[in-house]
Ligand binder design. Sequence first.
Ligand SMILES: Nc1ncnc2c1ncn2[C@@H]1O[C@H](COP(=O)(O)OP(=O)(O)OP(=O)(O)O)[C@@H](O)[C@H]1O
Length: 173
Amino acid sequence: MKLFVTGLPGVGKTTLVLKVAKEMQGLGLKIGGFTTQEVREKGKRVGFKIKAIDTEEEGILAWVGEGYPRVGKYVVNLEDLNRVGVSAIRRAISEADLIIIDEIGAMEYKSKDFAMIINEVLKKDKPLLATVHRRYTERFRGMGRLYVLTTENREKIKDEVVKELKTLFSFKD
Ligand SMILES: Nc1ncnc2c1ncn2[C@@H]1O[C@H](COP(=O)(O)OP(=O)(O)OP(=O)(O)O)[C@@H](O)[C@H]1O
């Protein structure tokens, strides 16, 4: 089962996957993959952190400034993306019950290793919950269910995702 979640920036995609991960961990399942979260300084967004779900290892995914590769005003830190993010996916492919990837977007695709491991995950049968930037959803058409998150439906969709996964893993509600 592959579940994809998209929606406008800040709508709650990361919050959703964190809640789902916690609920599924509470049921004894092994969750792998990574999440990304914005970093704010004095109320302004200055970058993004990346964190492995299993080891809680952290890194900097991108930061405002000069440099390469860049996405908008951010410079992508390929070293941390690969060290934290790609490695977490690699571990999840072999060890986890559910892979969470938050998110699949322009910054992440700057890494060739990331692009390659995404293709690997898509070929596997292993359950996946991924947030996808709206510009990239077309790539995953027909591969699984796509949820479009809004502030109005985000709680309902979180419950639905948990329900789908519980059914998959044969837990009763
Ligand atoms: N279900 C929710 N209830 C209340 N607040 C929420 C909920 N979901 C998200 N938020 C709040 O909205 C803000 C943005 O959430 P989050 O980082 O999850 O969004 P996102 O879609 O992942 O953002 P981005 O596109 O930047 O990755 C956070 O401050 C978060 O606490």
